[in-house]
Write a new protein. Structure first.
Length: 593
């Protein structure tokens, strides 16, 4: 009968009375055990509930005193101070938001608040987001609409918060960054009193300024110069200023009083293009002292003025310039010796014929280690018979200490790219960055990654063309390319120690202007499997393909928040990220003391 029950359990046939009776007999004992088990579970659940209530009561009686035993309470004050200091961001100044240090540290307990308020170095750095008072309109997606009276109230409170913050800084050197925004696209009911009040509060501490970063409109900078006219800046070492001039006031000339500090070493300036005498004033200021080691001027400047300016900076180590589309006006200029220059970033926005004088022929840089040459011209504005990049070749071939090179590849002809990478000084390059440019350039990409693929050579087949380019290359970046994945894989694998005369790659970043092709070779997987069979622990391999979908819902941004960093910008070769300074600097690429 057991066999019949098994068959019946596998189908949906009508059971007979005998089958029903037999099943009840078989399940009578299990039903009884199940009832007993459920009863025991209910009893234990009641007991467990009572035990949990008892536990909660015990914990409640302990909580009053158990916090006394917390290890963090026994950390010595000097150690806690060091922890607090390391909580601060290092890539920008701290914001005044309650959810970020150092303000966050004052909201934990009375002891922490006391320690934080009594530690001046915590309050020696500050980022101040500000704006010209007026209605804030949604000029960008995600911005809130804020009426002028609300803006004014918030800014008045912020001025008081800044005053309290800086009061706690004691005698420490100060690092201050100010981002003052103005809505140019809508009429505003201007009330400059709050802006003037903020500038006066900050100027009160001018003798202790060590680093000042300004991203402000022209009218705000005018007020600052007026306020600082009677101030001394003995400690100012680093200065960044991005001054916007929507109205293009050509009648006002800056005094650039911020450059009067004789200890100034780091200068980054972007001034309104309308300031015709900007470089003359800058050169005059820099002649007062020759301590500048870092100079960044990312605005187009006449070549003649640039040469004169460089004569005022004999100790320059890091230099960024942008050249106007003009030829040299004075042909009798003498060469400029820059004995300490190690890094040169230059934007060359004009095509220079090979038989025409250019700034590179006037530069002598015996210690130059890094050249970053860029040309923002759009593809189609020149001919490959005389490409803009021809001018930089003369400088590269004269530099014997070069170990890092970056350039906009589309502005060199294919033969010039090969010639550049084949130069004797370039053979010592360990870092190569191939930048891109805006425009319809995909059909004229002048760089072939295949020329950097290493190949084994034999004595019987070796020829002149078998020369390995950049044998010491360790760091490689390529932006906006359609290079096939097969070529990328061959390039990486050929530089993983398989050829003794070629250095092992440590860092590879390639940004594609195409999507990843399904079913094609997976470069990262193949490289990972290859490295597993070698002694190489890791190669940083970053391959960024074009995504098929774009855009996400933007987060709501409160422009009046003390955590407001500023308008973040992106381009093909640079991302500002979580930074208060949106201009690309040389210290984004290298570590500068």
């Amino acid at each position: 009968m057991q066999h019949n029950l098994d068959d019946l359990a596998k189908c949906n046939d009508y059971p007979s009375d005998e089958a029903i009776s037999e099943v009840k007999g078989l399940l009578s004992k299990p039903w009884k055990r199940l009832e007993e088990t459920n009863a025991e579970i209910n009893r234990l659940e009641v007991l467990l509930k009572k035990l949990k209530q008892t536990r909660t009561g015990i914990e409640g009686s302990m909580n009053r005193y158990s916090s006394i035993l917390a290890p963090i309470r026994r950390v010595p004050e000097d150690i806690l101070q060091m922890i607090f200091i390391h909580c601060l961001p290092t890539h920008r100044n701290p914001t005044m938001g309650a959810s970020n240090p150092p303000m966050l540290l004052t909201r934990i307990c009375r002891r922490w608040r006391s320690i934080a308020f009594s530690l001046p170095i915590l309050w020696a750095r500050i980022h101040i987001p500000f704006r010209i008072v007026g209605d804030i309109h949604p000029q960008h997606p995600g911005y809130l609409i804020v009426p002028a009276h609300t803006v004014s109230t918030v800014l008045q409170h912020r001025c008081q918060a800044v005053a309290d913050w800086l009061t706690r800084s004691g005698d420490c050197p100060l690092s201050i960054s100010i981002t003052c925004l103005k809505d140019y696209h809508h009429d505003c009911d201007f009330q400059p009193e709050t802006s003037i009040l903020l500038l006066k509060i900050v100027a009160k501490y001018a003798p202790r300024w060590a680093f000042m970063q300004l991203k402000i409109p022209l009218e705000t900078y005018r007020e600052l110069e007026t306020i600082l006219s009677s101030c001394q800046l003995p400690m100012l070492v680093r200065l960044r200023a991005d001054i916007s001039d929507e109205a293009s006031d050509v009648y006002w000339r800056p005094s650039l009083g911020l450059l009067e500090s004789r200890n100034l070493q780091f200068v980054s300036l972007r001034l309104p293009y309308s300031w015709g005498a900007r470089l003359q004033v800058l050169a005059q200021r820099l002649q007062l002292h020759q301590n500048i080691t870092y100079l960044s001027i990312p605005m187009p400047c006449p070549v003649d003025d640039v040469i004169r300016l460089l004569r005022s900076c004999p100790r320059i180590n890091y230099l960024r310039l942008s050249l106007e589309r003009y030829e040299l006006q004075h042909k009798n200029l003498q060469v400029v010796l820059l004995p300490c220059l190690r890094y040169l970033m230059i934007e060359d926005d004009f095509a220079v014929s090979q038989n025409r004088e250019n700034i590179y022929s006037f530069l002598i840089c015996p210690q130059l280690q890094w050249i970053d040459w860029r040309n923002p011209s759009i593809i189609g504005q020149f001919s490959f018979d005389d490409p803009p990049g021809s001018s930089i070749l003369s400088l590269v071939e004269r530099v014997v200490t070069l170990n890092r090179l970056a350039f906009t590849r589309q502005h060199l002809s294919p033969s010039q790219v090969h010639r550049l990478l084949d130069m004797v000084p370039v053979s010592f390059i360990t870092k190569l960055i191939l930048r891109s440019v805006l425009g319809n350039w995909e059909d004229v990409d002048t760089f072939d990654l295949g020329i950097l693929i290493g190949h084994h050579k034999s004595e019987t087949t070796a020829t002149v063309t078998d020369k390995i380019l950049l044998p010491r290359l360790e760091h490689f970046e390529l932006y906006q390319t359609r290079v096939p994945d097969d070529t990328v894989l061959q390039f990486v694998l050929s530089r993983t120690g398989t050829i003794p005369s070629i250095s092992i790659l440590k860092y590879v970043k390639i940004v594609f202007s195409r999507m990843k092709i399904p079913g094609h070779v997976d470069v990262e997987d193949h490289v990972r499997m290859h490295l597993a069979q070698t002694s190489i622990k890791k190669i940083h391999l970053e391959l960024n393909y074009l995504l098929p979908l774009y855009g996400t819902d933007s987060e709501i941004v409160d422009p009046l928040s003390p955590n407001f960093i500023g308008d973040q910008t992106h381009n093909l070769n640079f991302n500002t990220g979580d930074k208060t300074w949106t201009l690309e600097e040389m210290d984004d690429e290298i570590d500068i003391p």
